[in-house]
Design a protein around this ligand. Structure first.
Ligand code: ZN
Length: 230
């Protein structure tokens, strides 16, 4: 396909896209692509601190996500506000993702790989599976959620889907020039990662460097790529 100009990122929790694909998102934004983030859950169980109020945590995490969006230069953020650890493969969730895809009409959809084995977060694999179903066939077919069309939102064919945290990676993106932005976006999620510190930066750099070896660049992120409608 041609270079994607419009990208929709579907993340289960507010910080998953940063930790798994932040360098690539930063690169796309730096290249002037239109990148929109859909955050499925409000992340209100994302703490081990028993004094934290879940509603306050959810509000904090929205502010942190908007800060990450500012760091990248995202086109926008959509909060679906499902409860943390509450995603299920329901008609309601699918319809809301179809609405996002039909509204934003991305060339490329980025979501989490639902096929990760054994130890995996339920919100992660459910969001990945429902995002794939939403892209195909539901967003494409006019008889799926026909109320969208009545509201002026037409069908859409996604050309390409990339999976982050892939079980079987086949696509590598050089993010060497975007490490700093990635780290800044990730550390916008202060409630999750705390203050920026050099040791953590080193660990992140080492992880991206391991992936970088796959394509002979200093730092890279990996994905599974699915081409649609060829
Ligand atoms: Zn998560």
């Amino acid at each position: 396909m041609d270079e994607p100009e419009s990208i929709l990122v579907i993340t289960p929790h507010p910080d998953d896209s940063e930790s798994a694909a932040g360098g690539t998102i930063a690169k796309w934004c730096a290249e002037g692509k239109k990148v929109t983030l859909v955050v499925c859950t409000n992340g209100d169980k994302g703490t081990s601190d028993r004094s934290v109020d879940p509603a306050e945590l959810a509000a904090t995490r929205e502010k942190e996500t908007l800060e990450a969006a500012r760091v990248y230069g995202l086109a926008g953020v959509e909060f679906l506000r499902f409860p943390d650890q509450g995603l299920e493969d329901t008609d309601e969730f699918r319809e809301r993702l179809v609405w996002q895809i039909r509204t934003h009409k991305p060339d490329l959809l980025l979501c989490i790989d639902p096929e990760r084995k054994y130890i995996r977060h339920r919100d992660h694999y459910v969001s990945g599976r429902v995002a794939l179903d939403a892209a195909f066939p539901y967003s494409r077919d006019h008889l799926a959620y026909p109320e969208h069309l009545k509201q002026g939102v037409d069908t859409h064919k996604v050309e390409e889907i990339w999976l982050f945290r892939p079980q079987e990676p086949d696509t590598y993106i050089d993010v060497t020039d975007h490490f700093e932005t990635r780290q800044n976006a990730l550390h916008s999620h202060f409630s999750q990662v705390g203050p920026r510190d050099p040791e953590r930066d080193d660990r992140s750099r080492q992880r991206l460097a391991e992936t970088g070896k796959e394509i002979g660049v200093p730092l890279a992120e990996s994905f599974k790529r699915i081409e649609m409608f060829r």
